[in-house]
Ligand binder design. Structure first.
Ligand code: ADP
Ligand code: MG
Length: 340
């Protein structure tokens, strides 16, 4: 097994007061913040508001949360009534018509899949189940189960999208999509869109460390977000100054399957059906949070050198930055192919 760069970062903490003095902010402006639990994580929205515009700021934040609830309702694979569940039930038998929001999320996922050579692949859906079940049972899934399930992982090319009709169709029986690797990013981007439309000039939307900063903070300087550095431990915080940028982190530090005392990442390598091991944390800075979220997941599969190459080739991910923390890349030892 290869061991690679031990570097930076993990989960994000907003520290709006550590940006240093700037000019250009309104003197009476303050940061107004609301936190709620949604999408299986803690979401905090911070907006800049003057004394006199507190009420409208609060209304804007409420609308932004509504947008996040909507993304969750439509795209969760665990909500029977959601559009993704309907797709998973019916899209092999008939084209399923969905909202623009869901259609665009799937379309973006397919594009990212193509650009990452299939490392990001929402059709890993069928594999999410056996790994979840394995966690509950406390034993690893059988090799045959993974092999059989892999046949249902159709890949992005087997999702048929009809732009005019806004329909989704599967070309392989048993296919399922899971937007878990991009949905939080999409929700964050939607919330930012709503805040901007409501006239909010500066805000941070943080969904459990996947966040976007828009405009500037109350002092008129870039938002400073702290990203915890697990490598240096002891609560060391890396500070990033952001304006109209997003950060997302994937890794096994917070969400993971624990089976028989061993931690397995939630990120599954679509080629092998096995969870990625060793990606303790990958953080991505991108222009939007959906791209950051998906690229962080893809980078977990690809490993540092292939992930960096994607950014350097200057195509879809030009302008993104990838930060790896405490990273080792390879298979779980007991599942590693014999040749390795
Ligand atoms: P987090 O669990 O912290 O949200 P990620 O953003 O990396 O971390 O998302 C992991 C989720 O993405 C998994 O729970 C699963 O739903 C989905 N997923 C797993 N592997 C892949 C993959 N290779 N491509 C796309 N989505 C994936
Ligand atoms: Mg992700």
């Amino acid at each position: 097994m290869k061991r690679l760069a031990l570097l930076l970062l993990v989960t994000a903490v907003l520290c709006s007061d550590c940006g240093g003095g700037g000019t250009g902010g309104s003197p009476a402006a303050g940061n107004y913040k609301i936190t709620r639990e949604v999408m299986d994580t803690i979401v905090t929205i911070t907006v800049v508001a003057d004394e006199g515009s507190r009420d409208s700021a609060e209304a804007a934040v409420r609308k932004a949360f509504d947008a996040i609830y909507e993304v969750d309702r439509l795209m969760s694979a665990y909500r029977e009534e959601g559009e993704v569940s309907e797709i998973n039930r019916d899209a092999f038998d008939r084209p399923v018509k969905v909202s623009d929001l869901t259609f665009n999320a799937i379309k973006r996922s397919v594009e990212i899949s193509r650009e990452t050579d299939g490392a990001f692949d929402i059709t890993v859906g069928p594999l999410v189940r056996p790994w979840r079940a394995a966690e509950e049972a406390g034993t690893l899934p059988a090799e045959e189960t993974i092999k059989a399930t892999l046949k249902k992982v159709g890949g992005a090319d087997n999702i048929l999208l009809n732009e005019e009709e806004k329909t989704v169709r599967f070309l392989v029986e048993g296919m399922r999509i899971d937007l878990g690797g991009i949905a939080k990013g999409i929700a964050v981007d939607r919330a930012v869109e709503v805040l901007r439309a409501e006239g909010i000039k500066g805000a941070v939307v943080d969904a459990g460390g996947d966040l976007a900063a828009t405009g500037r903070d109350k002092d008129g300087v870039k938002w400073v977000v702290g990203v915890r550095n697990f490598f240096r431990r002891k609560g060391h915080i890396e500070r990033l100054a952001l304006e109209d940028k997003a950060v997302a982190t994937s890794g096994d530090y917070e969400r993971f399957y624990e089976i028989d005392g061993v931690r397995y990442s939630h990120i599954i390598d679509p080629r092998t059906g096995l969870p990625v091991q060793g990606a303790a944390s990958v953080s991505v800075i991108a222009p939007d949070c959906a791209t950051a979220d998906a690229l962080a997941t893809a980078a977990g599969v690809l490993g540092p050198s292939r992930a960096m190459a994607l950014v350097e080739d200057g195509r879809m991910f030009a302008g993104c930055e990838i930060l790896f923390a405490s990273y080792t890349h390879g298979f779980p030892d007991h599942l590693a192919p014999a040749a390795e």
